[in-house]
Design a protein around this ligand. Structure first.
Ligand code: PGA
Length: 241
C-alpha cells in the first residue's frame, strides 16, 4: 500500500517561539510509515528547515511563477527549494477565488521547473454544491493540469468543509475522489489524492480507512502537536493492516 501523506497547512499562524515548541514536539515522533509535511508561513520556513527532524518534510503555502526579478513581496519556487522545501500549495481556496486558473497553471509549471511537488487544491463552494455544479467545477479546476507531466498531489478540499469543524461525509469524499482519479487518468496524470476540510482526530480514522484517499491536508488540527500527531498515528495504524 502507498505511504499515506499527512500535511499541516499552518496558514497565517504561529510565531517563532510557538512554532519552535510545536516542531520540538513533532520531532519526538516516529515517522517511518507516513509522509509528514508541515507548511509554515514564509517567515518560519528557514527556522523550520533548521530544527525539524529530516523525516518531516517542508512545504510552503504559496509561490510566484517567476524565477527571480522585480516582483516585490513575491517568493519564487527556486527560493523555496533553496530554503529546503519539497512541496508547495497551489490554489488553496482561500486564495484561488482572487487569482484564478491562469495564474495557477503558471505556478504549477514553475513549481515543476524548480523541482517542487505542488499540492494542488481543488474543491467546490457551498453555492456550487447546492446548484449541482460540483463535477463541472472540479473538471475546470483539473483542466489546468493538462499537458503538465509532473509529480503532483491533488487535495480535494470542499470549500464548505474548510475551517467549519464539519468534514464531508466519507461516502461523499470517496465518490468525489473516484471522479477526480478518473479525470486524472484521462489526462495521463499520476497523482496522490488527499482530502482536506476539518480533518480532526475524531474523524481521521473513518477517513484513513478509505483507501482511495491517500492522506489528509490538515488546517486547524495541524497547529497543535497532540491533535496532529494523533491524526498521523491513525493513518499509520490504519494503513498498516
Ligand atoms: P481545516 O483547513 O482543517 O482547518 O478545515 C484545511 C485547509 O484549509 O487546508
Amino acid at each position: 500500500m502507498r505511504k499515506p501523506i499527512v500535511a499541516a497547512n499552518w496558514k497565517m499562524n504561529l510565531t517563532k517561539k510557538s512554532a519552535e515548541d510545536l516542531i520540538a514536539k513533532l520531532n519526538e515522533f516516529v515517522y517511518e510509515d507516513v509522509e509528514v509535511i508541515i507548511m509554515p508561513p514564509f517567515t518560519l520556513l528557514d527556522m523550520a528547515a533548521s530544527i525539524a527532524d529530516n523525516r518531516i518534510k517542508l512545504g510552503a503555502q504559496n509561490c510566484y511563477y517567476k524565477k527571480s526579478g522585480a516582483f516585490t513581496g513575491e517568493i519564487s519556487p527556486d527560493m523555496l527549494v533553496d530554503i529546503g522545501c519539497k512541496y508547495v500549495i497551489v490554489g488553496h481556496s482561500e486564495r484561488r477565488h482572487i487569482f484564478g486558473n491562469d495564474l495557477l497553471r503558471k505556478k504549477l509549471a514553475a513549481s515543476k521547473r524548480a523541482g517542487l511537488i505542488p499540492v494542488y487544491c481543488i474543491g467546490e463552494t457551498l453555492d456550487e454544491k447546492r446548484k449541482g455544479k460540483k463535477e463541472s467545477v472540479l473538471s475546470e479546476q483539473l483542466n489546468i493540469i493538462d499537458n503538465l507531466s509532473m509529480s503532483l498531489i491533488v487535495a480535494y478540499e470542499p470549500v464548505w468543509a474548510i475551517g467549519t469543524g464539519v468534514a464531508a461525509e466519507v461516502v461523499t469524499i470517496r465518490e468525489t475522489i473516484k471522479l477526480i482519479r478518473q479525470k486524472l487518468r484521462e489526462k495521463g496524470v499520476k497523482a496522490s489524492v488527499l482530502y482536506g476540510g476539518s480533518v480532526k482526530p475524531d474523524n481521521a480514522k473513518e477517513i484513513a480507512s478509505e483507501t482511495l484517499i491517500d492522506g489528509a491536508l490538515v488546517g486547524g488540527s495541524g497547529l497543535n502537536a497532540s491533535s496532529f500527531l494523533q491524526i498521523i498515528d491513525i493513518f499509520k495504524e490504519v494503513r498498516k493492516c
